[in-house]
Design a protein around this ligand. Sequence first.
Ligand SMILES: [Fe+2]
Ligand SMILES: [Fe+2]
Length: 380
Amino acid sequence: MPDHRVSLEVLPMEAPVLELMPTGRILLVDDEAGVRRVLERLLNAEGYEVLQAVDGEQALTIAWAHSIDTILLDMRMPGMSGLDVCRRLRSDPRTTHTPVVFLTGLDDRGFKREALQAGATDFLGKPFDKVELLARLRNTVRVKLYHDNLDRERSDLRHVVQRSMQDLDTATARLERLQSELEVARHETIERLARAAEYRDDETAAHLHRMSHYCHLLARSAGLDEYTAEALRIASPMHDVGKIGIPDHILLKPGRLTGDEFTVMKQHAEIGYRILCDSNSQLMKLAASIAHTHHEKWNGSGYPRALHGEAIPIEGRIAAIADVFDALTSNRPYKLAWSIDDALDYMRTGRGQHFDPNLVDLFIDSLDAVLQIRDRFQET
Ligand SMILES: [Fe+2]
Ligand SMILES: [Fe+2]
C-alpha cells in the first residue's frame, strides 16, 4: 500500500511566500483527517477559504451547493472513487468547469489517462511538495476565477441585449400602433374630404362607395395590381372635391346651366387638382390625378385639358367609367335612375368616344361583380 499520508518534511516553514495572495474557495476531499488538517492549515495560511469532505457523496453535495474554485480530490476513498466523483462533477452544469486536481500516490500512466478522460484538470503526487501544490492551485483558481468572470460578463451582456431587445420591441409596438393610427386617420381624412364635397353637391355617400369599388374592380380587370387597385379605391371618392370651389348658384342650380355657368362648373376638375396636388403621398398624387382627369374623354373632347386616348392617365379613364355608370343608374333630385340595360347601351355608345374602349369592354364583362357592388351600397 502506498503511503497516503502527507509528508511534513516537504512543507518547510521557511518556504517562500508567494508574491500574490490568491483568494478562492478550495474543497478538500480526502478520507484521511490528517491529510485534510495539514492541507487546510497550508491553504488557510495562503488566504484560501477551505471546505472539506470525507467522501465522494459529501464532496458532490458541497460542490453543487457552493461556488468552488478548485477541488483537491483524493483518488482512493471508501465508497465512490475519485474518478467517479470527477465524472459526476463534469456531467453537472454547476461543476462542469470547476478545476479538479487529483491527489494521488499512484503514478502510473494508465490511471492518468483515465483521470484525464474523466475530466481531471491536474495531478499532484502524494507526498506533495508545498511550493508545487500552491503554484498549481494558484493557476487552477486563477483559471476558474477568469472563467467565472467571463461567465458573468457574458450573462451581463445577455441581460443588456435582452433589455435592448425588449426596449426595441416596445418601441416597435408603439411605432406600429402609431402607424396604424396614422393609416386610419389618413383614410378618414380622405373620406371626410370627399364627404365635404358631397355636401356641396347632390352626390351621396353611397355614390362615392359604389364608384370607388367600381374603380377597384375595373383596375383589377385591367390587370393593375391589388395595391394600385386599392389605392384607386381609396383615392377615387375625392374626384369631385373641387366642387367646394364652385359657387352655390351654379352648383345647386336646379335647371340647365348656361354656357358661362358650365364653364365655371368645369373648373371643379382643376380646383380639385390644386387642392390635392403637391403632396408627398402617393395616394394624394393619385387622388389629384383622378380629380384632374375624370372628365377627360377618349376622343379628346373632355375637360379641362382635352387630353386624348392614352394621354389620359388610366386612373382618370377608369374613374370616368365608374362615375358616369353610377350617375346614370342612380336617382338624383332632377332625374330617375336609368335601367341597367339603358346605362350599358350608353356606355357602349360612348366606347371609343367618351370612354377607353378596352376598359368599357372589361367593365361590361364584369357586370355580375358590378351589380353585386351596386346591391351592396344601396341608397339609404
Ligand atoms: Fe366631376
Ligand atoms: Fe361623381
